[in-house]
Design a protein around this ligand. Structure first.
Ligand code: NDP
Ligand code: GDR
Length: 349
């Protein structure tokens, strides 16, 4: 028995974009499950990826430099690693930035997926493939909550590119029999989230104001409603998708939506502010009743050319077929982010 166990082949997983938020958490989860983990970043040699450092897994994963714009590099890496599982998390992930860089976004988030799937088809056709699709693909869909059958109506270059990626994944599954799944993930956050996203921007900004390191927090559209979950829950869902006998598409979401303003209110309370709001839209501002100081302002500059009013997912299929659900609730998520930022900034001071 012991002999048979020791002969069980170690599974190799390749994560593109391993230095990003999801890549780091997924790498840790796969290491815990005994995988040999390979990962790509565009800057392998330059510096240690800070998120891998934060999770204590630098040196436990094998890093390669790769840009999804480089077809040859993609094929060579797949041929070299011969992964059992491929998680494609790499890409330009900022919706607002995609309006300024539409061509680059299409090249990486859309065509990059064709490059990767083609390499898998040619060099590792038995591999299981995960595509990081997004709730942004629903855009101004007519249905709330959104589920796998909801019609897509993307409203940003990012979302259009992700929709291409989603359909090319489905096409490779149907045309070539690849075990390729598309996870349609709603917003998920953590202390490892980039500061350019609204959740970390809020908790980092308010923690800085609390510590006297920043005057004010400037935000854009406060009315936007998002379905926010916790990143560690979502990477477990990715892994579960690839453990199914048949590949498929799944929504991962909490099923609840809150506004950006709700997020600000909770984060402010967690950090000891007592906020009072005045005005509306671009004229909205928030004061701290305790100090009398204005802490939040709205800037029209931070509005997007197009935004989505409400994004809310129905995770029913994932619950039924994967046994998955978002464990961390919105209130806990905000608390986790707020306390983590306060702690980090105090330590750095
Ligand atoms: P991050 O932005 O944190 O990570 C994405 C990584 O992709 C970056 O760290 C970057 O790594 C890498 N990357 C960017 N451009 C390229 C390129 N041209 N070639 C190769 N790698 C590149 O995103 P998340 O971890 O939050 O998300 C992971 C994936 O899931 C993304 O595709 C995102 O669009 C998608 N997604 C995320 C959701 C979320 O709420 N977090 C929800 C739905 C989908 P480096 O700089 O090291 O090269
Ligand atoms: P999103 O996340 O665009 O949903 O994409 P983001 O946190 O950037 O925006 C959420 C909502 O907040 C509004 N908002 C602001 N956003 C930012 N970044 N900065 C601000 O100052 C600000 N003020 C208000 C936005 O207008 C928006 O409505 C994320 C990314 O992870 C994508 O890769 C992923 O596909 C989707 O989530 C699901």
């Amino acid at each position: 028995m012991a002999k048979r166990l020791s002969q069980r082949p170690v599974r190799r997983a390749l994560i593109t974009g391993i230095a990003g938020q999801d890549g780091a958490y997924l790498a840790r989860l796969l290491l815990q499950r005994g995988y040999e983990v390979y990962g790509t970043t565009r800057q392998a040699a330059a510096q240690e990826p800070w998120r891998l450092e934060a999770l204590g897994i630098v040196g436990k994963v094998k890093l390669s430099a790769l840009d999804l714009a480089d077809a040859r590099g993609v094929e060579e890496l797949i041929a070299e690693v011969r992964p059992h599982e491929v998680y494609n998390l790499a890409g330009l992930s900022q919706v607002s930035r995609s309006f300024g860089e539409p061509v680059e976004t299409g090249n990486v988030d859309a065509l990059g997926v064709s490059r990767l799937l083609e390499a898998v088809r040619l060099r590792a056709p038995e591999a299981r493939y995960y595509q990081a699709s997004s709730s942004e693909m629903y855009g101004r869909a007519g249905e709330i909550p959104q589920r796998e059958s909801t019609a897509f109506h993307p409203v940003s270059p990012y979302a259009v590119a992700k929709l291409y990626a989603h359909w090319i994944t489905v096409t490779y599954r149907d045309a070539y029999g690849l075990h390729a799944s598309s996870g349609i993930l709603f917003n998920h956050e953590s202390p490892l989230r980039g500061l350019e996203f609204v959740t970390r921007k809020i908790t980092d900004g308010l923690a800085r104001i609390r510590l006297g390191l920043q005057e004010r927090l400037e935000l854009g559209n406060l009315a936007a409603r998002r379905d926010w979950g916790y990143a560690e829950d979502y990477v477990l869902g990715m892994w579960l998708m690839l453990q199914q006998e048949r590949a498929d598409d799944y929504v991962l979401a909490t099923g609840r939506a809150h506004s950006v303003q709700d997020f600000v209110d909770l984060a402010a309370a967690a950090l000891g502010f007592d906020l009072a709001w005045e005005g509306e839209g671009t004229g909205a501002r928030a004061f701290d009743r305790r100090s009398g100081r204005q802490v939040v302002a709205v800037s029209p500059r931070l509005y997007r050319p197009l935004d989505i009013d409400e994004v809310r997912g129905d995770p029913g299929k994932a619950r039924r077929q994967l046994g998955w659900q978002a464990e961390v609730k919105f209130e806990t998520l905000v608390e986790i982010l707020a306390q983590a930022d306060l702690r980090r900034l105090k330590q750095a001071a």
